[in-house]
Ligand binder design. Structure first.
Ligand SMILES: [Zn+2]
Length: 196
């Protein structure tokens, strides 16, 4: 459970870090506009402040790890972090049947910060930890419903047995999925110290 929470925190941290940087850029742009004689310019986008962002309707974000079968006698960790392939397929079908549309982080960002429109019933489908079956089963099932996912990879595991290969990650990216950072080696963020 701790691991799940830390994964969520890493994800949020990466997204919020990105927001902060973009906010700063947007603020600078606004200042430039104020101080210069406005020619025929595109209207500058003004970023929502934190209160406005928090007041917006939330978008569900699903977080998957392992996709494989396991027995009833499997340990608590396995049961927490693993979804059976048949269940994963059912969940994707249920989302599609209910009219959900998958979105990517940039869309969520533009919605939260710039009030851009999202498709009806948006959902973000994410995968942590670079597991190989996220490509062979996860992406394959999502494709049936035209869903795109976000794959948070830890780079140290790329090309290792049972983990995504660099070719698979490139194919995921080329197919319109999002590829994001899940740190180099999945060190517990709460245990960072010094130069970490
Ligand atoms: Zn993780």
């Amino acid at each position: 459970m701790k691991k799940a929470i830390s994964s969520a925190i890493v994800t949020l941290f990466l997204i919020s870090g990105c927001q902060q940087r973009k906010n700063t850029v947007a603020e600078k742009e606004v200042n430039i506009t104020k101080n210069s004689t406005p020619a025929k310019q595109e209207p500058r986008l003004v970023a929502n402040n934190a209160a406005a962002i928090l007041a917006k309707k939330e978008v569900p974000v699903l977080c998957y790890h392992n996709i494989r079968d396991f027995s009833e006698s499997a340990g608590e960790m396995t049961k927490t972090y693993t979804v059976k392939p048949a269940n994963f397929a059912e969940q994707m079908k249920a989302l599609a049947d209910a009219g959900y549309h998958s979105i990517l982080p940039n869309q969520l960002y533009d919605y939260l910060v710039y009030n851009k429109a999202l498709p009806e019933k948006p959902v973000m489908i994410t995968f942590d930890d670079t597991r190989a079956e996220q490509y062979s089963i996860g992406a394959a099932e999502m494709k049936k419903h035209n869903f795109k996912g976000v794959f948070f990879v830890m780079t140290v595991s790329i090309n290792r047995p049972n983990y995504l290969s660099s070719a698979e990650i490139k194919d995921l990216s080329d197919s319109g999925n999002g590829i994001a950072a899940h740190t180099w080696d999945h060190h517990m963020v709460t245990k960072y110290s010094g130069e970490d």
